[in-house]
Design a protein around this ligand. Structure first.
Ligand code: MF3
Ligand code: CO
Ligand code: CO
Length: 244
């Protein structure tokens, strides 16, 4: 059973009980930030204002916004509207309008550990429930990616290939890279103690994307059709998973 030739996660990907406790606390703080911002996500507010509110509240609860200054990223949160796939940079000139769909992606550093999750808003709910249900100890990443992509494709949508989820907790982005497209029984094994994100970007049209050549961050759909994303941070346990 243990010798079937899967790629096995390196020790650094398996967190100690102490690290898990720290990551869980960071996840709680990050969830507080997402809960806090939810009532403000309304028609007429600018994404710059949402950024300021998030930065202020994160510090108020003893956290640090992980995005700010991360590899030169200029703001405290990523807000991605309509055809923006991810890494949309908040701005005072960008006012939320009726009919838009947007993703607010927050990462909080608390006590040296990272919590990373995002939510989708409609100016209704998307979910990663199917992908989560396919994430099991001694299952594989391919099992999860297969279910995720299959659901999108069956509904006429596509899943972004180039950008995936990631190990998260001790560092913002750590191993493993999480693919939201896969084949059952393929890919790295899921083992208790792993903490990573599941964050599929689902495009209404084609999967192709491009990166803004001015800011080098913001990712757009090539066909200009809307893209949605939901992100959860998951701990693999002996029994199954815990959304942290
Ligand atoms: N929070 C994003 C993720 O889910 C990463 C954003 S990097 C930033 O992985 F620099 F743009 F903030
Ligand atoms: Co992430
Ligand atoms: Co994120």
């Amino acid at each position: 059973y243990w010798n079937r030739g899967y790629e096995v996660p390196d020790h650094s990907m398996i967190k100690t009980p102490e690290q898990i406790e720290g990551i869980r606390e960071a996840g709680k703080k990050n969830t507080m930030v997402l809960d806090f911002i939810t009532p403000y996500v309304k028609e007429g507010v600018s994404t710059g204002e949402l950024n300021r509110l998030i930065e202020e509240y994160t510090r108020e609860i003893g956290g640090i916004p992980a995005c700010l200054g991360y590899q030169g990223y200029p703001k405290s949160v990523c807000i991605s509207i309509d055809d923006v796939v991810c890494h949309g940079i908040p701005s005072d000139d960008q006012i939320l309008k009726s009919g838009q769909i947007l993703n607010v992606d927050c990462t909080t550093i608390y006590n040296g550990y990272f919590g990373d999750a995002s939510r989708m808003f409609c100016i209704g709910d998307v979910s990663v429930d199917l992908a989560l249900a396919a994430t099991k100890p001694c299952g594989t990443m391919g099992d999860m990616g297969y279910v995720c992509n299959k659901h999108a494709v069956e509904n006429g949508y596509s899943v972004v290939r180039e950008i995936g989820g990631h190990g998260c907790g001790v560092q913002f982005h750590e191993e493993p890279w999480v693919n939201h497209i896969g084949e059952p029984d393929e890919g790295i094994l899921f083992v208790p103690g792993m903490t990573f994100t599941i964050e599929p970007m689902v495009n209404m049209g084609k999967e192709a994307i491009y990166i803004d050549d001015e800011n080098n961050w913001t990712v757009y759909t090539e066909d200009g059709l809307p893209s949605a994303q939901w992100e959860i941070q998951v701990l693999v346990t002996e029994e199954g998973t815990e959304v942290i």
